[in-house]
Design a protein around this ligand. Structure first.
Ligand code: HGY
Ligand code: MN
Ligand code: MN
Ligand code: MN
Length: 422
């Protein structure tokens, strides 16, 4: 494998396409903000489909807006080898998170075709819909749908800040179907339809760059959980209301945010992380005692039981703080997912690819979650990481070099060739 396939991939060309894709953004360059089913997301979808068509891929879109570009194999009845990622971007993000795993595979397929490779199994390039939790509060909605992990109710329950549901937004974007059941059925991947899945992604952490390693081969994906906590108190005048008579919702929230950090650090486990990334108080004005508070908390670990113990400890603190501060409270568990263990078959194919390229490589855990987390629920799955500068991601200065991108695309191409056979 690897020998005989002469891949010509231009990292510069892939970067140019990534930077063009980045222009479809609600915020000015270098920031990228591209929320699912918004105007810029639809423009991005159009551009991705243009690139897929130019690479000779047959395009289909499922009822939730996942986009597939197929390279038919010689054996049409076997499961497809699938590769893909997402193109939606959180507010003020960068140009590489997700998009590398959508544009890169198109370049990989084009290079394989130019090298005269013909796959036995079909190869699908996939752009997932709604990987980021920004708009509807839940990550990986498209890949959850493929894994059959969504309920019909969720399509109506997941609302954005304007009260628009996933169902309404996806329908307005031209997706949807005659019934929720039909949408879920049309999205769910049929048994055996996917023989293997591999996702190319920037590491979003500093390890590869720090160690000077060129490729990461992912062995497991950390288990994410997200909570939403609401506190409400009586508020009041910041001057006239004396301290003993207050039930300050903002301070209750502040205690819980610090308790998240304390619960994670108490485990002593470097793999456990906790973040209170959304912290809103109301009426949010200097001379009014906060009467409302909303927190969104993200807790992850590669060890599910330890992650769940942290969640339980935070929930206990919420109860205790609410009682002591005499504030009302409500908690929503947004998601509490299992981790994913990557497939030995995909790990071996990616390792062989890295070796065929002479690229230094290491096995590692993905601490960010990805659509691979849900693809692994029903298909042998793996990921290939390339370094990103400073390990920074979810920031406008997110960056990966053309050389690293070129090597990642070639490693992906050889991995696909190995998995699809010829
Ligand atoms: O949050 C994550 O890990 C991913 O970037 N959605
Ligand atoms: Mn992301
Ligand atoms: Mn991502
Ligand atoms: Mn309670």
């Amino acid at each position: 494998m690897g020998n005989g396939i002469k891949l010509d991939v231009s990292g510069e060309e892939v970067v140019a396409q990534l930077l063009h894709l980045a222009t479809f953004s609600d915020d000015p360059n270098p920031a990228v903000t591209r929320i699912v089913f918004t105007k810029n997301d639809l423009l991005a979808r159009g551009y991705v489909k243009e690139l897929m068509a130019a690479a000779g891929l047959k395009i289909r879109e499922d009822p939730m807006g996942n986009i597939f570009g197929r390279w038919e194999g010689s054996n049409v009845s076997t499961g497809a080898v699938v590769t893909g990622s997402h193109a939606d971007a959180i507010p003020l993000a960068g140009a590489y998170d997700g998009t590398l795993g959508v544009i890169g595979p198109i370049a990989a397929v084009a290079a394989l075709r130019r090298a005269g490779f013909r796959p036995r199994a079909p190869i699908d390039v996939l752009m997932f819909t709604s990987e980021e939790p920004t708009r509807f509060g839940l990550g990986c909605i498209g890949s959850r749908g493929m894994a059959g992990e969504l309920t019909a109710a969720l399509l109506d329950e997941k609302l954005d800040v304007n009260g628009t549901s996933f169902q309404a937004a996806s329908t307005a974007a031209g997706y949807g179907g005659a019934s929720h059941q039909e949408i879920l059925e049309g999205t769910r991947i049929k048994e055996g339809a996917v023989a293997a899945f591999v996702e190319l992604h920037i590491e979003q952490g500093p390890l590869l760059e720090k160690e000077g390693t060129q490729l990461g081969i992912v062995t497991a994906i950390a288990a994410p959980a997200a909570l939403r906590v609401f506190f409400s108190g009586d508020g009041g005048h910041a001057g006239a209301l004396l301290m003993p008579y207050r039930n300050d919702a903002g301070l209750a929230a502040a205690e819980v945010a610090l308790a998240v950090e304390a619960a994670v650090l108490k485990t002593g486990a470097i793999d456990a992380v906790g973040t209170t990334g959304l912290f809103e108080i109301g009426p949010n004005t200097v001379n009014s005692v906060p009467r409302e508070a909303k927190l969104e908390i993200d807790i992850r670990d590669i060890n599910k039981d330890r992650r769940d113990a942290i969640v339980a400890s935070v929930l206990k603190t919420v109860e205790e703080v609410a009682k002591r501060r005499k504030v009302r409270h409500r908690v929503e568990i947004i998601n509490q997912d299992a981790p994913a263990i990557c497939s030995d078959k995909v790990i071996a194919a990616a390792t062989e690819a890295a070796e065929a390229l002479g690229g230094s490589h290491k096995r590692m855990v993905s601490r960010a979650y990805h659509d691979s987390l849900f693809m692994a629920r029903f298909a042998p799955t793996g990921m290939i990481f390339i370094p990103c500068r400073g390990g920074w991601s979810h920031r406008p200065d997110e960056f990966a070099s053309p050389a690293d991108i070129e090597r990642g695309v070639k490693a992906l191409a050889l991995t696909l060739a190995k998995l699809a056979g010829s």
